[in-house]
Design a protein around this ligand. Structure first.
Ligand code: HDE
Length: 713
């Protein structure tokens, strides 16, 4: 299925469209909003030098009024995010499934704008919170805009949109004291989730490494809901959308996440920006899992239930195209903040299903843009404009940016020549899939949605040993932050339904026992999404022993592109050693960064000057993927004088990173715990640069993790 196009760069139609409204301020005089030239923007107009300020001062009023209104409401969820432009290319047409132009024309480079985000934190919160990540893609297609508004986890917490405000209120800072920021580790969240067992699947993903990614560029994306693809005969197939990063799926440890939040809370935002500026364009392949309509009821779970995934081992992911992000925004507010994603934005060839979460989202996103962006004309904001022309009879409202011409703003009409006119479906107009519906109006949930335990258990079974340990640690941390034993116990009971030993492990850390049964109030609570008890959880099933695709241990480990390698060096560092490493890493896009005792330049032992990338006082080991120490006697002596280098190396060791050292650098290592782990497969003392490179590509040596627990950093 793969006929991969070459990664051609260049401006997309969307970027060209945006370029027309980009304002360049270089060599331009300062003016008012009305175009008056200004000669003083430092002093207000006063009655006398020390006198009171005059109301007449329209220059002051304009400047201050604009400032007073600079902020718009932040997104109620996904407030903190970063965006980038790019394009999507199709490998091979899929007309048998979809008539969408984007899925049929391999010559197209469909422009996209992508916004990644955390969910719970405020706009100024840390990138490294334990959280789900948003993965929202706006495709500016020739047939109109399609938004695929997904997450980096393939399932969601709840099954019905009706529960969304409760879920969000429980995870957000507690309303009485606005604590904690950007964290799920608190009583109200676990009070809610322990009473709402449908959350368990997403909950365990939240405890996994997926919730602390190394980079936005190293996460998968998922459309989550089952959608429909419609072909030109009007036939439908169910579809789940997947984004697979070409760099693989990688995460940091929780200890790192906590420390990165202090050292650089913009870590993911900076990483995305820097990679694009460096020409290391992030890429994802788009995959589809296709299920024929006739197979809708063939599965052990309901395809309409957004808390379930279709294991890739049951329905393969077919890779159909690739997305490349190749341009940073010109302005954060105008583009990343004002971009408005709506799951309701679809194009002919794509349609919805009756997933009750998706159905609610179809209302929520347009509604939220009205309060966020202030007008139903939000589609006229440059980043939100489709690349095709729009004409309709919605001509007024706040901030109309165009001048709609003519006497008529209604349909049908003769006075406007019948325009804007309708289009036949055969000529490309949107047509809803004709789904047969014969139903009673009912406020309830399908019985087929009551299996809460099978898939979290499948997920946990599919993880590697170290990933499983991380889940246990994360539960222990999060529940350890809860202050009510009855909430902790209710969670332990539910975790035990997923996996007994896991719950026991967590209970030991909490100093509690796993309850064998839950008493009546809890039992009622478990069925309490529905008051009459019809929704007791279904017994756990095992329809697939393991799904290797769910484990990050089975991801790609074949590249060092854009990996950050700290080179610990001072004046007199060994150029020969450094060159050897550079020649192995350089051409593959790894970033070797000199971390020296001071800023400016340092000299190597061949007396050449080298710019320092970071002074040790400004950086931390958690901001790097690996450590290299080139040796050189004078250099090592200088490093030994700075205690922070020892901490830097010990931390790198503890976080299972690849470490290489040559020549005199061994003396520095003797001051660290590295010498106790000389036989570790990712530690290289006077080793081969190519082997070090392989270890860096492998991201982390998780096998080390259990052996370095005693290191006190
Ligand atoms: Fe969202 N969600 N959501 N969500 N969501 C928003 O829309 C909502 C859900 C997702 O970068 C809001 O424009 C409801 C699932 C992303 O701008 C809001 C429900 C998935 C983003 C909203 C869900 C998502 C949002 C807030 C349950 C993954 C950020 C600001 C019915 C498939 C988009 C905004 C961006 C944002 C509502 C559930 C992903 C309030 C009611 C499931 C990536 O409209």
């Amino acid at each position: 299925m793969k006929n991969k196009p070459k990664n051609k760069q260049g401006n997309s139609k969307k970027v060209d469209q945006l370029t027309k409204v980009v304002k360049d301020y270089q060599e331009k005089p300062l003016t008012t909003n009305q175009g008056l030239l200004v000669n003083d923007t430092n002093n207000s107009l006063k009655a006398g030098e020390r006198g009171s300020t005059l109301l007449e001062d329209f220059l002051l009023r304009e400047k201050i009024t604009n400032f007073d209104h600079e902020r718009i409401p932040e997104r109620i969820v996904h407030a903190r995010g970063s965006g980038a432009h790019g394009f999507f290319e199709l490998y091979e047409p899929i007309p048998q499934y979809s008539k969408a132009g984007i899925f049929n024309d391999t010559k197209r480079k469909t422009p996209v704008f992508v916004r990644f985000s955390t969910v719970a934190g405020n706009k100024g919160s840390t990138d490294l919170a334990r959280d789900v990540r948003g993965f929202a893609v706006k495709f500016y297609t020739e047939e109109g805009t399609w938004d695929l508004v997904g997450n980096n986890m393939p399932i969601f917490f709840i099954q019905d949109a009706m529960k969304f405000p409760d879920l969000v209120h429980s995870v957000k800072p507690e309303p009485n004291r606005e604590i904690p920021q950007a964290a799920s580790a608190h009583d109200t969240f676990y009070d809610f989730v322990s009473l709402t067992p449908e959350t368990l699947h997403n909950q365990i993903w939240l405890m996994s490494d997926r919730a602390i990614p190394r980079s936005y560029r190293m996460m998968e994306g998922f459309g989550i809901h089952t959608f429909r693809l419609i072909n030109d005969k009007g036939e439908a197939h169910f579809v789940k959308f997947h984004w697979k990063p070409l760099l693989g799926v990688h995460s940091v440890t929780w200890d790192e996440a906590v420390k990165i939040s202090g050292a650089d809370s913009d870590f993911h935002r900076r990483d995305l920006w820097d990679a694009i500026e460096a020409g290391q364009y992030p890429e994802w392949e788009l995959g589809v899992q296709i299920v024929p309509e006739k197979d809708e009821h063939k599965f052990e779970f309901d395809l309409l239930d957004p808390t379930k995934l279709i294991p890739e081992e049951m329905v393969a992911v077919q890779i159909i195209g690739k997305m490349t992000l190749n341009k940073n925004p010109e302005n954060f507010f105008a583009e990343t903040e004002q971009v408005a994603f709506l799951p309701g934005h679809i194009v002919p060839g794509i349609d919805f299903t009756n997933d009750p979460l998706l159905q609610g989202r179809l209302f929520s996103y347009r509604d939220t843009q009205l309060s966020r962006l202030g007008s139903p004309n939000f589609h006229q904001i440059p980043i939100n404009r489709p690349i095709v022309e729009t004409h309709n009879n919605q001509r007024d409202a706040h901030m109309q940016m165009a001048i709609p011409k003519g006497q008529t703003a209604y349909f049908p009409n003769t006075l406007g020549g019948g325009c804007p006119h309708l289009t036949k479906i055969a000529d490309g107009a949107f047509e809803h899939y004709e789904e047969k519906i014969d139903a009673k109006k009912i406020r309830s949930r399908s019985k087929s949605f009551t299996d809460y335990y099978s898939q979290p258990a499948l997920f946990y079974r599919s993880l590697s040993k170290s990933e499983q340990n991380h889940v246990a640690d994360a539960y222990s941390f999060e529940l350890g932050k809860c202050t009510h034993p009855h909430i902790q116990e209710r969670m332990l009971y539910l975790i035990a339904q997923i996996d007994g030993p896991l719950s026991k492990k967590v209970a030991d850390k909490l100093g509690l026992k796993v309850p064998k049964t839950v008493n009546k109030p809890i039992n009622q609570a478990i069925g309490a999404d529905v008051t009459d008890g019809r929704f007791e959880p279904a017994p756990k099933k095992n329809y697939l022993d393991q799904s290797p695709a769910l484990s990050q241990a089975n991801t790609k480990f074949d590249t060092v592109a854009s990996r950050q390698i700290a080179v610990l060096a001072a004046n007199g560092f060994s150029m020969k050693n450094f060159k050897a490493i550079k020649s192995v890493f350089g051409q593959d896009g790894a970033q070797l960064k000199i971390v020296a005792p001071h800023g400016g330049n340092i000299k190597c032992d061949e007396n050449m000057e080298h710019p320092v990338d970071a002074a040790i006082m400004t950086t931390e080991s958690v901001l790097f993927d690996a450590i290299y120490i080139p040796g050189g006697e004078k250099s090592i002596k200088a490093l030994l004088k700075e205690g922070k280098y020892i901490k830097f190396i010990n931390e790198g060791l503890k976080h299972c990173k690849a470490i290489a050292a040559d020549g005199e650098a061994e003396r520095l290592l003797k001051e660290t715990f590295v010498m106790d782990h000389k036989n570790d497969t990712a530690i290289f003392i006077n080793g081969k640069p190519a082997e070090f490179k392989k270890a860096v590509a492998h991201h982390r040596n998780w096998a080390r993790e259990d052996k370095v627990k005693d290191i006190p950093v």
